[in-house]
Design a protein around this ligand. Structure first.
Ligand SMILES: Cc1ncc(C[n+]2csc(CCOP(=O)(O)OP(=O)(O)O)c2C)c(N)n1
Ligand SMILES: [Mg+2]
Length: 1008
């Protein structure tokens, strides 16, 4: 945009700045100017600008010619006729349909052509040139549109050759301006007219594409969608607003402006990240919501950063003003949790939309400071709401994502989230993105914060149209918002509104912007605000009077004053007022310390096992891979023996929850088969594309839906998405699986900012399960560790506090902690811990280290009896061999967690130390089972206690468990470490060294 400004201002002399593009007329000065701008061009950024005149655009002239030739071969020049007759031309699949308002060229009485005679080649050339110009405006008009209210020529912006490229082949003179030209089917500027004088064509194009709106859409592959957009912007009169509509915009703008002014007056030294310079965002959001509600939307889920957030809560969501003002008062909280700063909090409001008279639910999702991190969370929440409402096309529930200009182009998660937008199991059927583009990021100019001309270019990857608009033109903004809402309702695809404004103050209200942007701010100081500009306009045109303008403002100030007085009477802030995802009814009548049983009837296990191990009912026609037939047969054999391996244990958990009406959703890279080829939930017909069978969807006729979906290759966005999904409905088991546990670190801000701390900050719960393949199996520095130490470091239980022992010890611990970290060694325990997620009377995230080689380990199997009624999750699995049976003889107790248990037992057998050494598995590492560790230690009174782990000493569980062991043992006994030394890397890349290290630790641990 800025580049366009440079070119534009270079090319325009003040005299030439007329309504239509007279400055394009062939004249020495404009030619010289064009040369100058071309010479000044340093780099051309976007493909549309780079497209030479005779490339992409040519296709449309040829299409037009071809259409005309099809209707009447004599209507085109003989050379075209010869060309089409030679069959050299193949019409493209998206060939523009001939529209009602198109006429054959012969219908025109062009200059010298007489009667029905074929037009001469100049006439044809001139028509082609006009078509080229129309297309150039459509492609490149946005480059020279008046988008920037400040009209700044920032020095980084090379002279743009757009003016030249739009009119590269412009060969008309003044004398041609009144000539009538037939309009091609790819423009709507004519309205009902099939032809227009050249002057009018240019005038209209200039107004549509180079005024206060810049539409970027010609990269979209769909002709239907391009035409849809052309029609919405080109049709004459689309920007005409009624006096009522104008007054509504003014009233909304007054509120948006008044809100910031009121806060500035009352809390002048408080950070609020005001919206000044882009206040139009509030009426813009309201317009999007109005139009969408009119088109059937009932629930809107929004994600947004700091800028203008309080204003959005107040004026878009209509959150009570006194609740907002209370946040400024520095009051104590009335409820538990650590809370968050006011411009991060979420909200949920159900109210009547007064414009459409329909009920609407509005949620703003709470978010951390980490810009854009909330995007996928909003998408997941939206998707879940659509799912539970049966809104398969996204007609009732939609999301709006609001972005800052610097963050939108700088943060990679925007791109990752965009790439979910059209995936069958992740789409929200179109998101409207609104960029509050104040042309600055904190103190950094766009020229230093991005390498693309627009901050919105990322959206081009998903073919989303981008509507740039000058934020000082309220009517242009409202039009764009209306089109965006209609676009979403029509095509159910993403689109972007780029509100180009400015930032009147510093980054926050305490910052001094003149330190870093002196020239920009000199300009801003002199610039009238949008409300005043619009009020002046409406007064000048007689839509309202100056008194009316004043009275609307005074009325809103009164409302604020009343709320301010009310806020002063508050003594506490209530975090619950800011909850974005209420779970109505879930907690009601529940004993908060009672967990439902997780064992199920054996016949249920058998039923699920049989279904899970059977081919589809139409097995005769459904050709299954031979290897999978063997897998199914092996499963069947296990079911007959009433034992389960890992995959079967997982299926038992899923199947039984589905039976109980609990929706199960498993998502992540390659989860359908499973990274380690153990899961195979989706069987593929070997001969028919897309024919699949998923037995877990066919367990019971009245079961809940099961969804398993391979995700895009993203952790940040997909984990965020699943977290958002899990926030919507407590009665669902939502699981995200990493390909290998290590990769979860690319989603670290979702883990840190949302999963581990969401409940504490935002009183919002989530029962999300993270499955993280973990284990030192000689696979090298990656693919070995899920970095369990990091999760444990974030666990909020106190290492020095042994909670009071009682029957409710375990559940109370779970209730009080921020999340659960576990590493199960048996399919039964895996099954129980998954089911316990739902059996709990509250929701906690579960971080689960999952196995790799154990998936096929002959000993890692569980009898059905450990999953059936009466059985439950074991936080600790005691030694139940000779050592456990005769504890007083035991010389050493080895505590461990995870797969190393199987190596330790093997070594113990080899060394025949079964009676001397007990091995105790800590299956739930956090919250730490203080009570059971104490019990185990007491059992082996005379034994040495060690903790053995395969991870390096500064990794794995050691640093977490060590102080807690001491607390559990009341510091009366010690526990020593056995395992690898400290390391910078997670694992060696050398297989030989891996084996050496493993043997050393096994020998150390299994020795007396
Ligand atoms: C991931 C992340 N990195 C850095 C920051 C620090 N930060 C806060 S606001 C800001 C500038 C944001 O600019 P923009 O996106 O244009 O929004 P604006 O404040 O201009 O509305 C930065 C760098 C952050 N909050 N999050
Ligand atoms: Mg900005």
């Amino acid at each position: 945009m800025h580049r366009a400004h440079t070119a534009f201002s270079l090319a325009l002399s003040p005299k030439a700045h007329k309504n239509f593009a007279t400055w394009l007329l062939k004249s020495t000065s404009s030619q010289q100017m064009a040369k100058a701008t071309a010479a000044a061009a340093v780099r051309t950024y976007n493909s549309a600008a780079a497209e030479p005149f005779a490339n992409g655009s040519t296709a449309s002239y040829v299409e037009e010619m071809y259409n005309a030739w099809l209707r009447d071969p004599t209507s085109v020049h003989t050379s075209w006729d010869a060309y089409f007759r030679s069959n050299s031309y193949t019409s493209p699949p998206n060939l523009a349909p001939v529209q009602a308002n198109t006429l054959p060229l012969t219908a025109f009485n062009f200059g010298g052509a007489v009667g029905g005679a074929a037009p001469d080649s100049k006439t044809i050339d001139d028509h082609l040139a006009v078509q080229a110009i129309i297309r150039s405006y459509q492609i490149r008009g946005h480059n020279i549109a008046h988008l920037d209210p400040l009209e700044i020529n920032t020095p980084d912006l090379p002279g743009n050759s757009s003016t030249k490229t739009i009119y590269a082949n412009f060969s008309f003179g003044e004398q041609d301006m009144e000539r009538q030209f037939k309009l091609p089917s790819t423009t709507f500027i004519g309205g009902d007219e099939a032809s227009l004088p050249l002057k009018e064509i240019l005038n209209r194009l200039e107004n549509v594409y180079c005024n206060k709106i810049g539409v970027e859409f010609m990269f979209i592959n769909s002709l239907e969608q391009c035409n849809w957009i052309r029609k919405r912007f080109e049709t004459p009169g689309v920007l005409n607003f009624s006096p009522e509509e104008k007054r509504l915009i003014l009233a909304r703008l007054t509120r948006a402006t008044g809100f910031e002014a009121f806060l500035a007056k009352k809390y002048s030294s408080e950070k609020r990240f005001g919206l000044e310079g882009c206040e139009i965002m509030i009426p813009a959001l309201k317009e999007i919501i109005d139009v969408s509600t009119e088109l059937g939307v009932e629930s809107v889920i929004m994600g947004m950063p700091h800028r203008g957030r309080l204003n959005t809560l107040a004026n878009v969501c209509r959150k009570p003003l006194n609740q907002i003002f209370t946040q400024f008062a520095g009051l104590e909280a009335a409820d538990d949790g650590s809370g968050d700063v006011k411009y991060h909090l979420g909200t949920y409001i159900e109210r009547l939309n007064r414009v459409t008279n329909k009920n609407i639910r509005l949620a703003v999702v709470a978010n951390p400071s980490h810009l854009e991190a909330v995007d996928p969370v909003v998408q997941g929440k939206t998707r879940a709401e659509q799912f539970y409402r049966g809104d398969q096309e996204g007609k009732k529930v939609m999301s709006i994502l609001i972005h800052g200009d610097a963050a939108f182009c700088g943060q990679g998660v925007v791109y990752e989230t965009m790439h979910l937008s059209d995936l069958p199991d992740y789409t929200t059927h179109g998101t409207i993105h609104v960029v509050a583009n104040n042309q600055i990021g904190f103190t950094t100019d766009p020229r230093f914060s991005r390498s693309s001309p627009y901050c919105t270019d990322v959206a081009r990857v998903v073919n989303a149209p981008i509507f740039h608009v000058n934020a000082d033109d309220p009517e242009a903004v409202m039009h764009v918002c209306k089109v965006a809402a209609e676009w979403r309702a029509t095509f159910h695809k993403d689109c972007v509104i780029d509100l180009v404004g400015y930032r009147r103050n510093g980054h926050n209200e305490i910052d001094e912007p003149m330190f870093t942007q002196p020239l920009m701010y000199q300009k801003i100081r002199k610039h009238k605000n949008c409300l005043d500009l619009y009020a002046d306009k409406l007064i000048a045109e007689g839509t309202c009077t100056a008194e009316e303008v004043k009275s609307v403002a005074a009325k809103y100030e009164n409302i604020c004053e009343e709320a301010f007085a009310l806020a002063k009477t508050e003594t506490h802030v209530k975090y619950k007022d800011w909850l974005d995802s209420p779970w109505s009814g879930f907690f009601e009548g529940k004993d908060p310390l009672k967990v439902a049983p997780t064992g199920v009837k054996e016949e249920t296990l058998i039923h699920i096992g049989n279904r899970f191990s059977s081919p589809p009912p139409n097995a005769a026609e459904f050709v299954i891979h031979k290897g999978l037939l063997r897998v199914l047969a092996a499963r069947k054999a296990m079911v007959d023996e009433k034992i389960a391996d890992w995959a079967l244990g997982e299926a038992m958990a899923f199947g039984s929850l589905l039976k109980e009406g609990i929706h199960v959703r498993l998502s992540g890279q390659d989860v359908e088969r499973g990274t380690f080829s153990h899961r195979h939930h989706v069987l593929h017909h070997q001969l028919v594309d897309k024919a699949t069978y998923n037995s877990l969807q066919h367990m019971y006729p009245d079961q809940a839906p099961y969804s398993v979906s391979n995700s895009s290759l993203s952790e940040y966005a997909v984990l965020g998405f699943e977290h958002g999904y899990s926030m919507t409905n407590p009665n669902a088991l939502v699981l995200w699986e990493a390909q290998f546990g290590d990769f979860s670190n690319t989603a670290q801000s979702i883990i840190d900012q949302f999963i581990s701390s969401g409940q504490s900050k935002w009183v919002r719960q989530s029962g999300l399960v993270m499955l993280l393949p973990h284990g030192m199996e000689g696979m090298g520095p990656e693919h070995s560790s899920c970095r369990v130490e990091r999760f444990l470091q974030m666990s909020s239980d106190d290492p020095d506090y042994f909670p009071p022992e009682s029957d409710e010890f375990a559940i109370r611990q779970l209730h009080d902690i921020n999340w659960i970290v576990a590493n199960c060694t048996t399919p039964a325990n895996y099954y129980h811990i998954l089911r316990r997620q739902i059996a709990l009377p509250f929701r906690k995230p579960l971080i689960l280290c999952t196995p790799k080689s154990l998936l096929r380990h002959p000993e890692a199997k569980s009898p059905f009896s450990e999953m059936s009624e009466g059985s439950e999750f074991q936080r600790i699995i005691p030694d139940n061999g000779p050592a456990g049976q005769n504890p007083s003889n035991v010389k050493k107790v080895v505590f461990c967690t995870g797969r190393v248990y199987y190596d330790l037992t093997k070594t113990r057998t080899e060394k025949q130390l079964e009676s001397d050494i007990a091995i105790v598995r800590v299956e739930q590492v956090s919250p730490f089972p203080f009570d059971l560790v104490k019990e185990q230690a007491n059992l082996y009174k005379n034994a040495e206690l060690v903790w053995a782990q395969e991870e390096h000493k500064n990794q794995g569980c050691w640093t977490y468990v060590q102080p807690r062991f001491l607390t559990a043992l009341n510091h009366s006994r010690d526990v020593s470490y056995v395992g690898r030394a400290c390391g910078a890397s997670t694992a060696t890349g050398s297989k030989a060294m891996h084996i050496r290290e493993l043997n050393a630790l096994l020998n150390d641990a299994i020795s007396t």
